[in-house]
Write a protein that binds this ligand. Structure first.
Ligand code: SAM
Length: 247
């Protein structure tokens, strides 16, 4: 019977590939990959032979491609969906095919595995019982400030993805909005040789970023607001809304 299988791929360390992922790579009729070259590279490193048809499935074609892939699943094929790293759909392609599969009542399942969100959260040392994932920090200063201000009263641990060339500006803005005392962790190059987790206050981490700019792939984990901070932020948010009304 045909179906769609989302599968997580390693975020750095090839050995994190699951036995199930390796089996799926070998046995699926169709492999829909964000980048076909990277998929073949992964298969080579894992020593598995991809026998199915490999098609490109990325942000730019995922809506159009979803239905034709699902037609094949409907006629009995197993369609494996993988992104370049980590869990498909998490700031990666995959959501369009899941949605359409649900609409068309085509079975969809997942072979879970690495994802930078949970890896960084678990290593952060910050509360994990409640957290929210905010994806990439907005690139533009104005949008970034807006987003951070909207999160000022968030009491859950907050997880962001960030690029190394924007980390300095982002840390400046975070210190301005959340204050320097809030605890955070900066996790980079997770599962790779140069894995590093910096833990401290926002102010301390900002200093380390200035003195020793972190390279590679980065996840920021920020402690949620305390009761007092949340109440304070709520007050200033009302003010901001009033200010805006006067404009
Ligand atoms: N789907 C992926 C997942 O499940 O984690 C995320 C894909 S997103 C396009 C790529 C971003 O994830 C990177 O810019 C970085 O912020 C984060 N990331 C991915 N791998 C990472 C790693 N090994 N260490 C730290 N962050 C990583």
């Amino acid at each position: 019977k045909g179906m769609v299988v989302l599968a997580a791929t390693p975020i750095g360390n090839t050995s994190d590939a699951s036995v199930r992922l390796m089996g799926l790579l070998e046995s699926s009729d169709i492999v829909a990959a964000e980048d076909t070259r990277r998929l073949f590279d992964l298969a080579r490193r894992l020593g598995v032979h991809v026998t199915g048809r490999v098609v490109a499935y990325h942000d730019h074609n995922e809506r159009n491609k979803a239905d034709s892939l699902l037609d094949e699943a409907e006629s009995g094929s197993t369609v494996l969906v993988v992104s370049d790293a980590g869990m498909p759909t998490i700031n990666d392609p995959g959501l369009a095919i899941v949605r359409r599969a649900i609409e068309r009542s085509i079975p969809v399942t997942c072979a879970p595995g690495p994802s930078a969100v949970l890896d960084a959260l678990a290593l952060s040392g910050l509360p994990t019982d409640r957290f929210c994932y905010e994806g990439f920090v907005p690139r533009k200063h104005s949008e970034r400030m807006k987003k951070l201000r909207m999160l000022a009263m968030e009491m859950r641990t907050i997880v962001f993805y960030e690029a190394p060339h924007r980390i300095e500006e982002t840390m400046n803005d975070m210190e301005e909005v959340f204050g320097g005392e809030r605890l955070m962790a900066l996790a980079r190059e997770l599962t790779k040789d140069f894995e590093e987790v910096r833990r401290g206050t926002i102010h301390e981490i900002r200093q380390t970023v200035l003195n020793d700019p972190p390279r590679g792939e980065i996840v920021l984990v920020i402690a949620g607001a305390s009761d007092d901070e949340a109440i304070q932020a709520m007050g200033s948010r009302v003010l901001t809304v009033d200010d805006m009304a006067e404009m």
